[in-house]
Design a protein around this ligand. Structure first.
Ligand SMILES: O=C(O)CCC(=O)C(=O)O
Length: 212
């Protein structure tokens, strides 16, 4: 993958929400979650509006994360990855905003798991997306991926992986943004894949990801 750093572009039409106003805060705990059982040991936890001041989070992450525009080879030519990304292999990386770093121990304490990999995606508009995939994790049968999404809500969809034997389960579509937290756990990466599809609207959204 080839990367270019970018100056933070202002989102084209960002719609703040009254419900998401206020100063960005780091929650002290996980709080109530709804568990969606996907079968065969796969599950998703869902905590709507977990991050207080999510519009402030959006503005701050848009302005401070070291976004890159990546390109990948596809069919013998280079294509742009349809979103901005950043990822940190080293938790001592000085470019990780302090508030983002402070979310990690809250999630680690709630799930009793280490979450050493931090990353973020910025879907600048409905044209940006991530295609169906399962995350590449060391243990697909027991991985934890926590995602907090800020900015406007976008559909996050899950479907059984082909050949996983889970095809009797329906797909799930969750409107995800505005400080919501979604955690994929258990065997989800082994049996399911997820995507943030393109949509017609301008919706811009940033996802903050912690993987273990
Ligand atoms: O942005 C999201 O909600 C999902 C991101 C994702 O699936 C990924 O980066 O692997």
């Amino acid at each position: 993958m080839f990367v270019n750093t970018v100056d933070q572009p202002a989102p084209a039409r960002y719609q703040p929400s009254l419900l998401a106003s206020g100063t960005a805060e780091v929650p002290s705990r996980l709080g109530p979650v709804e568990r969606i059982e996907l079968g065969r040991g796969a599950w998703v936890d869902w905590a709507p509006e977990w991050l207080p001041g999510s519009d402030d989070w959006f503005e701050s992450m848009a302005a401070t994360l070291p976004w890159v525009e990546a390109e990948r080879p596809m069919y013998e030519r280079m294509v742009k990855v349809p979103r901005l990304i950043c990822s940190f292999d080293d938790l001592h990386d000085q470019r990780i905003p302090l508030d983002l770093l402070r979310l990690r121990p809250v999630l680690e304490a709630a799930y009793g798991r280490s979450l050493p990999r931090i990353g973020a995606n910025w879907y600048r508009s409905g044209r940006d997306s991530v295609a169906f995939h399962a995350d590449k994790v060391p243990m697909p049968g027991d991985a934890l991926i926590a995602i907090a999404a800020v900015g406007e809500r976008r559909p996050f969809v899950l479907r059984p992986r082909r050949g996983s034997g889970s095809s009797n389960n329906p797909a799930h579509r969750i409107m995800f943004g505005r400080g919501d937290l979604l955690v994929m756990g258990g065997t989800t990466q082994a049996h399911w894949e997820h995507a943030v599809p393109k949509i017609a609207g301008p919706n811009t959204r940033i996802s903050l990801m912690f993987r273990g």
